[in-house]
Design a binder for this molecule. Structure first.
Ligand code: ATP
Ligand code: MG
Length: 483
């Protein structure tokens, strides 16, 4: 299962150590079994307890309703024939009262009609009589998982809903909260903002957020990618041109500085501007006027300028490739966006938001992500940042045959990624790992280093072999066995 926020430990699945039955019972789920046959209740209780569930029983629907209302259960199992109320009515009442509690109905063998009625009445699943205890445990386990997934998805959605992030922005990590803080403060002013960050970190989205929170929000937001145009086209795009200024200039154009007046102009990939354009941009920003190409007049503009780049402009200044004076004009406030890999749990919040978005867009019933897949998302280093995660989730939503995305739905680079680095950056809470996750990574990395030799690994780690084997088995069972 995914780690629900706000806990910051990366998706360390919450499998309990199989050392005591009591612990196991607590983690396997709490079952309310309802049947007017007390003997059957005892039998089911014994079988399900042996499978690790904690089981309560009731012989009347009235009593079951009270318990379902006042206690926490993960699943309610009911027979269709109870003394005081029929099972379908009970199912309907429980669904109304506790929509989060899945109901599994026990129907007579061969009565498909009853099973269909039960599902119509809101039952999550049905099992047939005579009850086969192994199958019963299997159905109960599925229902418990279903409920827990729903609870986790609801928790993730709630975090996104309650978020203080600007509209359309997702992320609650300390690193991003600091970004939002700067965004709010600079939005109220017209100072030059330089947004930097690796590709796909959301530079354009942040520029839009600044615009959206500013007094200019009703004016235009215009983004221009300076890397996409050759010098002359870029000039006429920015400053406009007079009619006949060059061969193709059949109409006069105002240029984006003027067109974005009253709003915000994002100069994207500013590091790609040639020195000639840099000089003209500097002059325009200083004088608050532009002279269109081939025109003798100057046009005033009132446009906020935000610049962004993934290049290191300080280095470019040293190399004489970028004007220092322009740099200081644009970079009154520097807004560096953190890479996704240092945003902790934001990866899961973003993944959930993208699942919801793409499931709706493509009309597929995908609601969440399985624990081992969540662990892979947390372990991967996302060189393409949020854009790469977005693509990865869209693909997974389209591919998956289940309601939860699994490891096999992830692209190979994410699925097979083996981080060698053991990140111990204790300066940021988002980088901290749970002890369990730290241990897992360390053990798997150590095993990798000694070429998979378990005896050698156990010696080096100071663990006895049995303990090491047990831990490796756990990682394997939870699908969490890649470093
Ligand atoms: N915090 C976030 N919450 C939600 N979506 C995000 C977030 N950050 C980025 N995205 C999404 O990721 C994608 C990439 O964002 P954006 O284009 O703003 O990145 P960029 O830094 O400008 O990338 P590039 O360097 O490639 O131009 C977009 O689809 C954007 O909506
Ligand atoms: Mg961009």
């Amino acid at each position: 299962m995914m780690t629900p926020p706000p806990q910051h430990s990366p998706a360390a699945p919450s499998h309990s150590e199989p050392t005591t039955t009591r612990k196991q019972a607590a983690s396997s789920g709490r079952v309310l079994f309802v049947d007017d046959d007390a003997e059957l209740c005892d039998l089911a209780k014994m079988a399900l307890t042996a499978s690790g569930f904690s089981v309560e029983t009731c012989t009347t629907a009235a009593r079951a309703l009270i318990r379902a209302e006042t206690e926490e259960f993960d699943v309610l199992l009911t027979d269709l024939h109870l003394g005081d109320m029929d099972g379908l009515t009970l199912c309907g009442r429980v669904r109304e009262m506790r929509p989060d509690l899945p109901v599994v109905v026990v129907t007579a063998f061969g009565s498909m009609g009853a099973a269909v009625d039960a599902i119509r009445a809101g039952a999550h699943d049905f099992v047939t009589k005579p009850i086969e205890m192994d199958a019963l445990a299997h159905h109960v386990r599925r229902a418990v998982e279903h409920r827990r997934l729903n609870v986790e998805v609801a928790a993730l959605r709630e975090v996104v809903r309650k978020s203080h992030a600007p509209e359309n922005m997702i992320g609650e990590s300390r690193a991003m909260t600091e970004v939002y803080d700067i965004v709010r403060r600079v939005a109220a002013t017209d100072v030059g903002v330089m947004v930097t960050g690796e590709t796909g970190t959301g530079k354009e989205l942040i520029a839009r957020a600044i615009h959206g929170l500013s007094d200019r929000h009703e004016g235009p937001f215009v983004a221009l990618n300076c890397a996409a145009l050759p010098e002359t086209l870029l000039e006429s795009e920015l400053f406009g041109h007079a009619r006949g200024a060059f061969t193709d200039a059949k109409q006069a154009r105002r240029g984006l500085f003027v067109e974005a007046s009253g709003g915000t102009l994002l100069l994207d990939e500013i590091g790609e501007m040639t020195p000639a354009v840099q000089a003209k941009v500097l002059r325009a920003i200083q004088e608050r006027v532009v002279r269109p190409v081939g025109d003798s007049r100057e046009l005033p503009f009132d446009t906020r300028i935000i610049a962004s780049t993934h290049r290191n402009l300080e280095e470019m200044i040293e190399e004489g490739e970028f004007r220092e004076d322009l740099y200081y004009r644009l970079n009154v406030v520097h807004l560096p966006l953190p890479p996704l890999r240092s945003r902790g749990n934001d990866t899961l919040l973003l993944a959930q938001a993208f699942i919801d978005r793409f499931a709706t867009r493509h009309g597929v019933p995908v609601v969440g992500i399985q624990a081992p897949a969540a662990a892979r998302l947390m372990a991967y280093d996302w060189p393409g940042n949020v854009r790469e995660l977005e693509n990865c989730i869209e693909r997974a939503v389209a591919l998956t045959r289940f309601e939860k995305i699994g490891v096999e739905d992830l692209p190979p680079r994410v699925r097979e990624h083996t981080p060698r680095r053991l990140p111990i950056d204790v300066s940021s809470p988002d980088e901290l790992l749970s002890m369990r996750e730290m241990e897992r990574r360390y053990i798997l990395a150590a095993l990798d280093t000694v070429g998979g030799n378990r005896t050698r690994a156990s010696e080096l780690l100071g663990l006895d072999r049995k303990t090491l084997y047990r831990k490796l088995k756990q990682y394997e069972e939870s699908g969490d066995d890649s470093p």
